[in-house]
Design a protein. Structure first.
Length: 156
């Protein structure tokens, strides 16, 4: 009588590499479906900024637009929330603006944030890398004022 509690893999060893490939492909598909990107090796995209540079970028935006910053805790219901990636060159210019998760119900907010970011340039020079990507979440109130998640004062 066979041992039914033995859970060892009974597949021939020749099938394992194919299963590994299938699992790897399924994992990559899951990452893409979750909104993550998988970049090929040798990609020309710059590295992600560290926390101190993201803080410098957020502070730069706050200094540039002091009247647009929502002071205090944000209300429980925000008009728009969007995650934006900036590609900043070695002199602080904006090479690219990408929405990783845009507030599609509020295209006017997306356009306004894009305008604000481009007009805020030049940003502080990225340390060491030359070019860098900085990601932040924009928390937008109906009043047109905002906070960046990096410097957010929280929410009621």
């Amino acid at each position: 009588m066979p041992n039914t509690t033995d859970l060892t893999l009974s597949s021939p060893p020749s099938l394992l590499p194919g299963r590994r490939r299938m699992l790897a492909a399924a994992g990559a598909a899951g990452l893409l479906a979750a909104g993550c990107s998988v970049l090929p090796s040798g990609s020309s995209r710059p590295p992600l900024a560290d926390a101190s540079y993201r803080l410098a970028v957020a502070n730069h935006i706050y200094r540039r637009y002091p009247d647009r910053i929502y002071r205090g805790k944000l209300p429980p219901m925000l008009y728009a929330i969007g995650v934006m990636e900036l590609e900043i060159d070695r002199s602080g210019g904006v090479d690219a603006v990408r929405w990783l998760r845009g507030p599609s119900h509020a295209p006017e907010v997306m356009a306004e944030i894009d305008r604000l970011v481009r007009q805020a340039a030049p940003f502080p020079n990225p340390p060491g890398w030359g070019r860098v990507r900085s990601v932040d979440t924009w928390l937008w109130d109906r009043s047109g004022r905002f906070q960046l998640d990096t410097l957010s004062e929280g929410q009621l």
